[in-house]
Design a protein around this ligand. Structure first.
Ligand SMILES: C[S@@+](CC[C@H](N)C(=O)[O-])C[C@H]1O[C@@H](n2cnc3c(N)ncnc32)[C@H](O)[C@@H]1O
Length: 224
């Protein structure tokens, strides 16, 4: 099925959202295809591989109503990155900072929510929020958060790329306001507790603290 959009799955920055992602059968295949391209194109330079691997991970979004699926999906995507690409390529030179950035992005992008009501699951209820991660100036990433419902307000968005609010004809279709904007940050610092707003994804997601500890990038790494 993914071969119907083969070119897009192999475009590193092309964004995908699966609204009922389960434990990530489709998302993991998309991540592998993107990381194959990153490895082939940039594998000789560890820094470039890391930069583009972060961009690849940041382009993948999912929602699932079952919390166990969400946790499994994040961990599965992380392990694909770490076990199948990063560790085999760079062994002891791998950086924990890069792993933490990827973990944090997956923590934000794979959301425990209901794709029909567009709300998070659990108490108190909240709207699903997605982070748009945009590379700027080489190594920096700019993050802007949008509510999912604001992104869906115009039906023509269905034909557009996630977060793309310009039609193929170059016309402005609809521009939702971000819920929040963050200052640009180095891609290897995204998982840095001091540098990020550590609570933003968690609060929006309404995840209980004891559940967060299973995947919170501030806790020790979970083995793959
Ligand atoms: C048959 S599985 C498919 C999973 C995945 N798309 C795949 O192909 O492997 C359906 C998934 O949809 C999720 N789901 C059902 N209703 C949902 C909703 N309203 N919002 C988000 N996820 C939902 C279920 O928890 C389940 O993981």
């Amino acid at each position: 099925m993914l071969d119907l959009v083969k070119q897009e799955t192999e475009r590193i920055e092309s964004r995908f959202l699966e609204p009922a992602c389960g434990n990530g059968n489709f998302l993991s295949e998309i991540l592998k295809r993107k990381l194959d391209v990153v490895k082939g194109r940039y594998g000789k330079s560890q820094y470039d591989f890391e930069r583009y691997a972060v961009i690849a991970a940041s382009s993948i979004y999912g929602i699932d109503i079952q919390e166990d699926n969400v946790l499994e999906c994040r961990q599965r995507l992380f392990c694909i990155f770490d076990d199948e690409y990063y560790r085999p390529l760079y062994k002891d030179a791998c950086k924990d900072a890069c792993r933490e950035s990827i973990r944090y992005i997956l923590f934000c992008n794979i959301v425990w929510g209901d794709a029909l009501t567009l709300k998070t699951v659990g108490e108190p209820p909240g709207y699903i929020v997605f982070a748009e991660w945009s590379p700027i100036n080489g190594s920096l990433i700019k993050r802007r958060d949008f509510t999912f419902h604001s992104m869906l307000q115009n039906e023509s968005l269905n034909e557009l790329e996630l977060f793309s609010f310009i039609s193929d004809q170059g016309e402005e279709v609809y521009i939702p306001s971000p819920e929040k904007e963050y200052p640009p940050i180095h891609f290897l610092e995204l998982g840095n507790v001091d540098a990020k707003d550590a609570t933003s994804c968690r609060v929006k997601e309404n995840t209980r603290l004891e559940d967060v500890s299973a995947i919170d990038p501030t806790t020790p790494e979970q083995p793959c």
